[in-house]
Write a protein that binds this ligand. Structure first.
Ligand code: GLC
Length: 544
């Protein structure tokens, strides 16, 4: 197996950078980012100091869910380029020593996929059973929020019932997202064979791994039983949020999904050194099972827990320690703080100072970090006027739920459309682009971008930070999270002040440490007791 200098597999020692292709760089002036745009910016990504990129979908798609509705798993949408462009992207990425991970959306296709067109054409079409069709239910069920006649009570994540009636054949089909995203029937072996082939298609083209979309949803309860009501559902949900009012008992995370994931892993293992990442939510004891019994499932089930714990030393430490304790010895941790579905981290955590602290946290914990494009500039949620909302979640469940806010164009410079495109982009550029952009930050010694570059550089050069062990250090300073990262050769301390006040932190056993990096980028003293400014974090090398 090809390993990195510190002899860990690449997916353990790398930092992943997520590119949302629509919003990264538009090379042909149509207002939408594309593969050639990404190629143009590969040097930027390499110089940032990450080792892998993950691309959200670029497949042919009617774009109802902006590419998460795939009409052909083995091609590139003309909006993004061509297969030749993709091959060039793979070559250029590898030539810079970076790995390339792509999105794979196994739970559902687009309703424009030829498989679904065939499936819906008649009840006896050979592909009928590739999707999940049910006749109208005759029982009247007053508890069914979606209404009578629906095969069960499930809701769509994007609002309304999870079933749509197809008058042509007189049956309903299941879709856990919008109705243009019908769920595949993974209990059908032909679906498995066909979908495994789509993985091989890209593996042969040289991709290093997949991020697998809502992988736990692929296998549903055999009998499609009703989900129980969620007693803790928020009373403020919009009326059509049926999904939010039910527990996810039968629509995902079924025990037999693990057999499927082992098979997917088998496909990856037909090739050298590839990596499987899964989008997975849910309680820790169930989540941890996705690593497999012996590491035979996913290399990295995405860990999103830090995104929503309270932004406090106690909240964050609690989440990290719980994860560390739950992982079997073979499992490697990972952390995600931002992605294309959640509010920008700088907005979520309360501002730029908090975002700097979060950057240090993310890049110094034990485990593979995933960064979301633009977070390295401190990009905040964009304002999208209600009439400009395009995200189906925002259109169906209300302005407050739109994910457009975190998908605004990358801010490269202060030219009219932030250097993203010469023409009006598909989503408005954020209002702060004239001051918050890559160009403005690149040579500023105190900028967020400089902080990310320094953090990434330090992580690369310091095995204790990249792959060392983790142990928390209990300190008396209120609202400070302090931990030790240790390798054979070195010992680092990371001290993070989550409070808006100054704090004094003493190093363990009265040892001295040299500050390697502060979130404020302005100090390098050697000391025993550190005075931390509000929301300041420091990384120290312990002496002796
Ligand atoms: C995942 C994706 C999200 C998409 C949904 C349906 O949660 O991250 O963007 O809308 O799946 O594919």
């Amino acid at each position: 197996m090809h390993t990195s200098p510190n002899s860990k597999p690449w997916w353990q020692s790398c930092v992943v950078y997520q590119v949302y292709p629509r919003s990264f760089k538009d090379s042909n002036g149509d207002g939408v980012g594309d593969l050639n745009g990404i190629i143009e910016k590969l040097d930027y990504i390499r110089d940032l100091g990450v080792q892998a990129i993950w691309l959200s979908p670029f497949y042919p798609s009617p774009m109802v869910d902006f590419g998460y509705d795939i009409a052909d798993y083995c091609d590139v949408d003309p909006l993004f380029g061509s297969l030749d462009d993709f091959d060039r992207l793979v070559r250029e990425t590898h030539a810079r020593g970076l790995k390339i991970i792509i999105d794979w959306v196994p739970n559902h296709t687009s309703d424009q996929h030829p498989w679904f067109k065939e499936s819906r054409s008649s009840r006896d079409n050979p592909k009928r059973d590739w999707y999940i069709w049910r006749s109208p239910s005759l029982s009247q069920n007053s508890e069914n929020l979606g209404g009578d006649g629906l095969p069960n009570n499930w809701g769509s994540v994007f609002g309304g019932p999870a079933w749509t009636f197809d008058p042509h054949t007189g049956q309903y089909y299941l879709h856990q997202f919008v109705k243009e995203q019908p769920d595949l029937n993974w209990r059908n072996p032909e679906v498995q064979t066909a979908m495994f082939e789509t993985l091989r298609f890209w593996l042969r083209r040289g991709v290093d791994g997949f991020r697998m979309d809502v992988i736990a949803m692929t296998v549903k309860d055999k009998e499609l039983r009703d989900n129980p009501t969620n007693p803790n559902a928020s009373p403020n949900l919009p009326p059509n949020d049926i999904y939010g009012r039910l527990l996810e008992k039968y629509n995902l995370d079924q025990d037999d999904v693990h057999e499927l994931i082992r098979q997917i892993r088998g496909v990856l293992d037909e090739f050298d050194d590839r990596c499987g990442i899964g989008e997975l939510w849910g309680p820790l004891p169930r989540w941890v099972r996705y690593y497999g019994q012996n590491g035979d499932e996913l290399h990295l089930p995405f860990n999103f827990r830090l995104m929503w714990v309270p932004f406090s030393a106690e909240g964050i430490r609690g989440s990290v320690d719980e994860l560390e304790a739950a992982l079997p010895p073979f499992a490697w941790p990972n952390y995600v703080l931002g992605n294309h579905d959640q509010p920008r981290l700088a907005t979520r955590f309360g501002g730029q100072s908090q975002a700097r602290l979060a950057a240090m946290l993310l890049l110094t914990l034990r485990g593979t970090p995933t960064l979301y494009y633009g977070d390295e500039l401190g990009m905040e949620n964009g304002y999208i006027p209600p009439e400009k909302v395009v995200d189906p979640q925002g259109k169906n469940l209300g302005h407050a739920r739109t994910r457009d806010v975190c998908r605004t164009p990358m801010q490269w410079d202060d030219s009219p459309f932030a250097g993203f495109s010469p023409n009006e982009p598909w989503l408005p550029v954020s209002a702060d682009f004239q001051t918050r952009n890559m160009n403005a930050q690149a040579d500023d010694p105190a900028s967020m971008l400089t902080l990310y570059r320094r953090l990434l550089q330090l992580r690369r050069e310091t095995p204790a930070l990249a792959v060392g062990s983790y142990s928390p250090v209990t300190v008396s300073a209120e609202n400070c999270f302090v931990y030790r990262r240790t390798s054979d050769r070195a010992e680092c301390i990371v001290a993070l002040n989550f409070s808006a006040e100054n704090r004094q932190v003493s190093l363990p056993n009265a040892r001295r440490g040299k500050i390697l990096l502060s979130t404020h980028l302005d100090r390098h003293e050697t000391l025993e007791t550190i005075s931390l400014r509000p929301f300041e974090g420091v990384i120290l090398a312990l002496e002796g």
